[in-house]
Design a protein around this ligand. Sequence first.
Ligand code: 8OZ
Length: 359
Amino acid sequence: MALDLFSPVKLGSIALKNRMVMAPLTRNRAGEGGVPQAMNVTYYVQRASAGLIISEATPISVMAHGYPALPGIYTDAQVAGWKKVTDAVHAEGGKIVIQLWHVGRISHPSLLPNGAQPVAPSANKPKGKAFTYQGLVDYVEPRALALSELPSIVADYVHATKCALAAGFDGVEIHAANGYLLDQFLRDGTNKREDEYGGSIENRSRLLLEVTKAVVEVAGSDKVGIRISPVNPFNDMKDSNPQALFNHVVTALNPFKLAYLHVVEGGIHGGGIADPFDFPALRKHCQSAYMANLSYDKARGNAAIASGHADVIAYGVPFIANPDLVKRFSINAALNQADSSTFYGGTEHGYTDYPFLGA
Ligand code: 8OZ
């Protein structure tokens, strides 16, 4: 029988009961100190029928924050909070990895310790506004990280990975997409460095590969995935030759034998039109499992799996509105529509109160 969304699969050491993955979704509802709270446990456990849950993007250090009410994965209290999430998801037979995040320049002094200046590969200010506790405010010019500071960024990923394992996650996903720190190093619209972390494609890929190596050493390659978004213009991003850059990145990641490569196949958040890009060509370079994301529905998901383009499909907005999305797809039930006004921040409303089938 042909493979489809309901076929089990292993991503590295993580055994999935189906190929429907809950995409990472920023929801801005963590408790004080970036500690996951009761409603976060409820939200994730409601979605445990997904083959795999990828947590919301989660800062790896105090300097990695860029939005209000994010959970973190660097303090003992955060580990204890996340443990309640992973225990609850596991008790329902689900699997969950955490997405490790450093926002780089997509932040604001009001979100950072002692009003610190955000850090980035180079001192260029993004267009657009930062989302802060005081509302939308202009971004500030970030500070270019010194060469001597880069090992401490790698160390923060290592510390966060250890915290994630202590919190009971089945693995980690390195967030190298959507215009945040690692993507800011990859793409030459943001990386203007003249040292060995800037210039050539090899140099711009260096930090991601160092982070990957360090995280793999702690977690094991079979528990590590990576997310990239080759042409997503969100967060004022661009690159002069994304196909060459990301073909190189994927090829350079192959020796790590990662659990999966997660690819955002276009532009998100209405951030503009994405440049043309040959995703099937990128996919051919990838020797790990391939997770496809962006506006897939059931039919396109099944087709991508049957054709071999993708091994698993990550669904975002449909999982916000349908905790039982797997069941709904399996019986062709109607879907709840998502309310975008409750995506970012707020209460249980629009978070844990979407109805299950038959409720
Ligand atoms: C939406 C709002 C804030 C952050 C991403 C983590 O795009 C995000 C994000 C999405 O990866």
